[in-house]
Design a protein around this ligand. Structure first.
Ligand code: ADP
Ligand code: ASP
Ligand code: MG
Length: 401
């Protein structure tokens, strides 16, 4: 069997933990599997490197940032390979470039365009454990690129696809996907399986246990994906295609996203094309807009609200200021969060949204914005009630049972 393992920052957080990972990989290798390991930077390392650049400027060139940030993963890859070799295993460390990963030019948020697995395949055939630095590739000009925060998950899934691996195992400090973040709700329950679509919603809505792009790609390439812990032998959670019995479960999980800011535009000229202009401007700056609400216009003007990631709040403010002819006033609120309820069962059951609204009403929490899709309900509320709301929703849908 060919298996891709991915170890996140906490799992390789210090030298003892790298040793622990080496022992786990060695055990799998001894059991007869071919292993490709993808590693993250040691925990805190990427933030430390960002802090170094921040010392000089708050707007460093993205190309230089990629050069800087990609180094964290290379350190871990080299150390893990050295640890494996010291235990008598044949191992080889590779950067993203050596692993054949080619991306587009979007520095710090690049997309993988192609993977040439030739070098990895030869190394595997020669009997090596291949250790790849996650989170990175090169663009067509040969410059190093990175794949966005949490991007080592994406590297792992993409390599599993390119190598035709039997499965991809993502190791972190939790032994699977829970009904909500167990740090917020200790009664959260581990799920045996979850569908790609539900997992994609959970990740996109704020559960950082798997990076959302990695789930999207796993679905596309049909990669058999497991979330497991590097600190236990639990079988973890299988992320897979939707099956009929999944629909019997009304709600798979609830999720909190604290990284949200709300923008409200008042007295926006009610004319064709204005929304296109506003959102094109934001899109051109790669600002991800979510939860758009527009009222019915009256007297030639309307109100428009939307959310952006908190980190893009200042950028959004500057861009909106350029519309001063078309907008009477604007408010920005950084102190909001988004709570969401996710489940494929919603497709065939009604009342899930009504329950969510009732739960928040009973807790005296005001809902500022709502958006729904076939399998989720999201609500923007005051940041200070986020965790309370998650616990109340978790209980209301009996996710602890
Ligand atoms: P790594 O550093 O290994 O990539 P992450 O910190 O990105 O690991 O992801 C693991 C964390 O995800 C857990 O510690 C947990 O607090 C958080 N998490 C959020 N939502 C969930 C969930 N639904 N199930 C499990 N873990 C979750
Ligand atoms: N080290 C990168 C980050 O912290 C990538 C990753 O860990 O997946 O975002
Ligand atoms: Mg992660």
């Amino acid at each position: 069997m060919l298996v891709v393992h991915k170890y996140g920052g906490t799992s390789v957080g210090d030298l003892d933990r790298i040793e622990n990972v080496a022992n786990r990989v060695a055990k799998a290798r001894e059991a007869g599997d071919n292993i490709v390991v993808v590693v993250s930077a040691m925990s805190g390392e990427t933030n430390k490197l960002i802090g170094y650049a921040d010392h000089f400027t708050s707007t460093p060139a993205k190309k230089e940032m990629d050069m800087l940030l990609s180094s964290g993963e290379r350190v871990t890859a080299a150390l893990l390979s050295i640890a494996l070799q010291s235990k008598g295993f044949d191992a080889v460390a590779m950067s993203g470039r050596q692993a054949g990963i080619v991306t587009d030019n979007a520095h710090t948020y690049a997309r993988i365009e192609s993977i040439d697995p030739t070098a990895m395949n030869s190394a595997i055939e020669a009997g090596n454990i291949v250790v790849v630095a996650g989170f990175q590739g090169i663009n067509k000009d040969g410059s190093v690129t990175t794949l966005g925060r949490g991007g080592s998950d994406l590297s792992a899934v993409a390599l599993a696809g390119a190598l035709g691996a039997d499965q991809c195992e993502i190791y972190s400090d939790v032994d699977g996907i829970y009904t909500t973040d167990p740090r917020i709700e200790p009664n959260a329950k581990k799920l045996e399986t979850i569908s790609y679509d539900e997992m994609l919603e959970l990740s996109s809505l704020g559960a950082k246990v798997l990076q959302n792009r990695s789930v999207e790609l796993a679905k596309k390439l049909k990669v058999k994906l497991y979330a497991k812990s590097s600190f236990s032998d639990d079988i973890g959670t299988l992320i897979t295609e939707e099956s009929e019995n999944m629909e019997e479960v009304l709600v798979a999980g609830v999720v909190l996203d604290k990284n949200q800011a709300r923008v409200t535009l008042r007295g926006v000229s009610d004319r064709p094309g204005i929304a296109a202009e506003i959102f094109t401007k934001l899109a051109n700056e790669n600002i991800n807009v979510d939860m758009i609400i527009q009222n019915m216009g009256t007297d030639g003007s309307t109100n428009l609200g939307f959310t952006v990631p908190q980190s893009e709040h200042e950028n959004a403010k500057e861009l909106m200021a350029t519309f001063d002819h078309d907008i009477e006033g604007m408010d920005f609120d950084e102190h909001v969060c988004k709570v969401s309820v996710v489940g494929v069962g919603m497709k065939s059951h009604s009342g899930v949204a009504a329950t969510a609204f009732t739960v928040l009403a009973d807790a005296n929490i005001n809902i500022q914005m709502i958006s729904t899709s076939e399998i989720k309900v999201s609500m923007v509320i005051d940041e200070k009630y986020g965790e309370l709301a998650i616990r109340a929703l978790h209980e209301a849908y009996e996710l602890d049972k």
